[in-house]
Ligand binder design. Structure first.
Ligand SMILES: [Zn+2]
Length: 71
């Protein structure tokens, strides 16, 4: 089972976090959880600007969790 397209990175306030792909299909007003436990409104996963990508550092906790996921 491949991890291809099972998660996406999104720059939200506080950093670039990894979210399950299913989170991007959640209703805009619902709350979604990053792998590290950070929560945001689902609408925040869409329409991020290039500045957001540049400004927000990658979340180390999301990296750590995804690196340990069995492939
Ligand atoms: Zn995170």
């Amino acid at each position: 089972m491949s991890d291809y397209l099972t998660y996406v990175w999104r720059p939200i306030t506080g950093g670039r976090h990894a979210f399950p792909v299913a989170a991007t299909k959640s209703p805009p007003e619902s709350t979604v959880d990053a792998y590290c436990g950070a929560q945001t409104e689902a609408s925040q996963l869409h329409n991020r600007s290039e500045v957001d990508w540049i400004r927000e550092p990658s979340c180390k906790e999301c990296w750590r969790i995804l690196a340990k996921k069995p492939s």
